[in-house]
Design a protein around this ligand. Structure first.
Ligand SMILES: *[C@@H]1O[C@H](CO)[C@@H](O)[C@H](O)[C@H]1NC(C)=O
Ligand SMILES: *[C@@H]1O[C@H](CO)[C@@H](O)[C@H](O)[C@H]1NC(C)=O
Ligand SMILES: *[C@@H]1O[C@H](CO)[C@@H](O)[C@H](O)[C@H]1NC(C)=O
Ligand SMILES: *[C@@H]1O[C@H](CO)[C@@H](O)[C@H](O)[C@H]1NC(C)=O
Length: 448
């Protein structure tokens, strides 16, 4: 199916054309038929992202996220010979209008570690992270910074537990990360160190920098040792409070994959499988914690259902997204960000057309919420790579210069969101609030 064509208005219909002009002048954007559309960057102040009810806002205007993941930025920024890749990826992302990047603000005890051991930091690596933040700002891209990992890549909870054992603690499981007082202290020190860091390129402390969209407690936390979810819940409560005690300005997310847990038996049916409900996370409860500003979910039918693509993947993605958007709206009253979604080229039945269709479907489901002012706050592709970094490909990598069809889909979604993000400015109080105008520009293709 022709994803690029979805939602493009019929330029031969004079009435539609007129309506389109009204909306586009109002929102101060260029015509959608201009292929080389350039994202006009507001010269205005670079303000902090806020949250009002179920929407993100910047300076009183809505802010919907079209974003991407690149976990490796800090690591490649350490070495001058690879630092240019950071600039490349920001440049390419901004050329298709992506406005938020999710990346790691941790590397615990591994190669090129930021935190070499508890409370011991490598200044060169911190400067590399400073570089990443400054470079993002130059490209008008905001960062979601994740503070540690559930998985062993870049250290994470296993490394914290190793440090604890080396210090003589009697620890028996990596999940002791969530409960041991000393380990929790190590994590808090990391949080404090990153949030209070003064960027050596800008002299702006991280906790005051609007380039940072928000913090994420952990990438994909799970606590299998306690399927009731209580251990992780208590940890989220304690750490959310701690982050806010240092930084009240930035938004805070959990980083969970979004599985429904024991507190919502009626929602378990939306999980990809039975196991997902027993990993110690609980979508609703985890996001009702004081200090958590937006809900988090990931979308991986290939990792969760089967690594061979089938019709079941499509059906799962639709109901998974819709249930999370509905719950964020009706129960949590906060935006939900799908912090990771992607398809691996290593999947059975994989082809480029399918990946494009998958991305288009995720975007369309988002837009269906966006156009109602719903809780769908945005989604971030896993994952973007610049040319010359293919050696790091995990199967999910997208190199925009090599996949023009995908680049077009991202670009179109950015333009659509840009229009929503321009609503209700001082220029157009009279017209932009009218949802009907937007409906004309964004009719959804329900056949997807
Ligand atoms: C370590 O902790 C485990 C479980 O909490 C306990 O069974 C064990 O006796 C402890 N070992 C020592 C040396 O304290
Ligand atoms: C940061 O602050 C230091 C010390 O006040 C000053 O020397 C330096 O020029 C400042 N750098 C920037 C980029 O503002
Ligand atoms: C691409 O993959 C999808 C899903 O597996 C399949 O339905 C479709 O026929 C494939 N298209 C091509 C051109 O191979
Ligand atoms: C659009 O959103 C409505 C309301 O949440 C939902 O009922 C409907 O299924 C959605 N449609 C699509 C195509 O996602």
């Amino acid at each position: 199916m022709d994803i690029k064509g979805i939602g493009i208005i019929n330029f031969f219909n004079p009435l539609l054309l007129l309506m389109f002009f009204v909306v586009s002048i109002c929102a101060n954007i260029e015509m959608l038929d201009d292929i080389d559309y350039r994202y006009e960057l507001d010269d205005g102040e670079w303000e902090m992202v806020e949250r009002k009810g179920n929407q993100f806002m910047i300076g009183g205007q809505p802010f919907y996220v079209n974003g991407f993941n690149t976990y490796w930025l800090m690591m490649l920024a350490v070495d001058q010979s690879t630092r240019g890749k950071v600039t490349d990826v920001f440049q390419q992302a901004s050329s298709v209008g992506l406005s938020v990047c999710r990346t790691w603000a941790f590397n615990d005890g591994q190669w090129r570690a930021l935190q070499k051991s508890p409370s011991v930091y490598d200044e060169d690596v911190f400067k590399a992270l400073d570089f990443v933040v400054n470079e993002a700002r130059k490209h008008k891209i905001r960062l979601i910074l994740s503070l540690t990992n559930n998985w062993e890549a870049y250290g994470g909870k296993a490394q914290y537990v190793k440090w604890g054992k080396a210090a003589g603690l009697n620890l028996t499981s990596d999940d002791d990360f969530f409960t041991d007082p000393t380990i929790k202290g190590y994590y808090k020190t990391h949080v404090k160190t990153v949030l209070n860091r003064v960027n050596t390129f800008t002299n702006i402390s991280y906790k005051d920098d609007p380039t940072i969209f928000g913090w994420e407690l952990m990438n994909e936390p799970r606590c299998l040792s306690d399927p009731s979810g209580d251990k992780l819940q208590t940890w989220i409560q304690e750490m959310a409070f701690y982050v806010k005690s240092i930084d009240l300005k930035h938004l805070l997310g959990t980083g969970v994959e979004g599985f429904y847990g024991p507190s919502t038996q009626d929602r378990i049916q939306f999980n990809p499988n039975t196991f997902a409900g027993q990993v110690g996370t609980d979508f609703i409860k985890n996001h009702q914690v004081l200090g958590i500003d937006y809900a988090s979910a990931h979308i991986y039918p290939d990792a969760w259902l089967s690594n061979t693509i089938s019709q079941a993947h499509i059906q799962f993605v639709r109901s998974w997204m819709q249930s999370h958007i509905d719950d964020a709206e009706n129960v949590l009253n906060m935006p939900v960000v799908f912090g990771e979604f992607g398809v691996s080229a290593k999947d059975g039945n994989y082809n480029q057309t399918y990946r494009d269709m998958f991305i288009g479907m995720v975007y369309n489901t988002m837009l269906n919420s966006t156009k109602r002012g719903g809780s769908g706050g945005g989604c971030l592709l896993w994952q973007l790579f610049p040319q010359g970094t293919e050696y790091m490909d995990d199967g999910y990598s997208i190199v925009l210069s090599k996949t023009p069809t995908t680049a077009n889909i991202l670009s179109l979604q950015s333009r659509r969101l840009q229009l929503f993000n321009s609503r209700c400015t001082w220029r157009c109080h009279w017209g932009c609030k009218k949802k009907s105008d937007l409906d004309l520009v964004f009719p959804l293709d329900d056949t997807m």
